[in-house]
Design a protein around this ligand. Sequence first.
Ligand SMILES: *Cc1c(COP(=O)(O)O)cnc(C)c1O
Length: 363
Amino acid sequence: MSIALQSPDYIRAISPYVPGKPITELAREMGLAVDKIVKLASNENPLGMSPKARAAVEKALAGVERYPDQFELIAALAERSGLAQEQIVLGNGSNDVLDLAARVFLAPGRSAVFSQHAFAVYPLATMSAGGACVVVPAKHYGHDLAAMRAAIRPDTRVVWIANPNNPTGNFAPYAEVKAFLASVPADIAVVLDEAYNEYLAPADRVDTLGWIRDFPNLVVTRTFSKVYGLAGLRVGYAAASPEVADLMNRVRQPFNVNNLAIAAAVAALDDHAFLAESYDLNRRGMEQIVAGLKHLGLEHIPSHGNFVTFAVPDGAAINRKLLQQGVIVRPIAGYGLPNHLRVTIGLERENVRFLEALGTALR
Ligand SMILES: *Cc1c(COP(=O)(O)O)cnc(C)c1O
């Protein structure tokens, strides 16, 4: 008998996460030069990292023989959010804190509720902890919060909400999210994943971290991978009530965030010029790509993130034709959207390359 069969059924039932295709991989496959390839597949910041963060990493290199001290980043996040330091849990990317929340609240015999087309890590984290997935049909590609409330079962312990959602870009207005929170029993954790929070228009933003006072079952997660441009360093965090944060810290690996990531994140928090530039670039690029998609006669799902999902006649075929031209976007058949593709907003010239390649692929 195979040793693999000794793993619990719920582990063997997991479908592996499929990341965006790395530039180097496409270069090998197609015999293309790396600098001829445009990758708009993983919602990375096209401006790279903040110069302040880069300088901080270079300085922190001097101390990599030491184990990391999380204090400075936790203190900086607590100060900015008005929360106590005991309420912040750092993660090796926010993926890590999603996993911690799952391990704290889920187990075989328990379930998690989330939306169809929601972020792929929710089923992964749920199933890794032995929990069952309750997938609620989406409404106009977004979260149907009323249906999600109705789908909560006696064994439900976690609700996952991505706002804005990836890969659809949908945004649930915060008044609706707050009403949802108020309707959910207080013994069910609601994880509000705000990986794209910094890309929201100022008028759409609210202080969700402040809601934790009234809703101790709320866990808010944020990341340095998107607007802060630190995806490769892996750093994110959760904010929660002190008792929930304490439990998450018990199952957290003690040194899950490395010295360079901590230093970069602290510096990136203060680089307001870089953040503003990243936000503006995304606004302009979104207009450029949406106009281009319309010009090509393609429907898109209005997005509140740094990416946009659009409909094509045949997702796999168009994706192949884009790859042949050195353009990497994200096929999302795994999200139940086989005839949609997701493109990350890039630099102006990258967006032009993408739109030209897409026009060619459609012919
Ligand atoms: C990108 C993303 C994350 C964060 O990923 P990390 O790099 O692990 O921080 C979390 N949630 C959603 C919805 C995302 O798209």
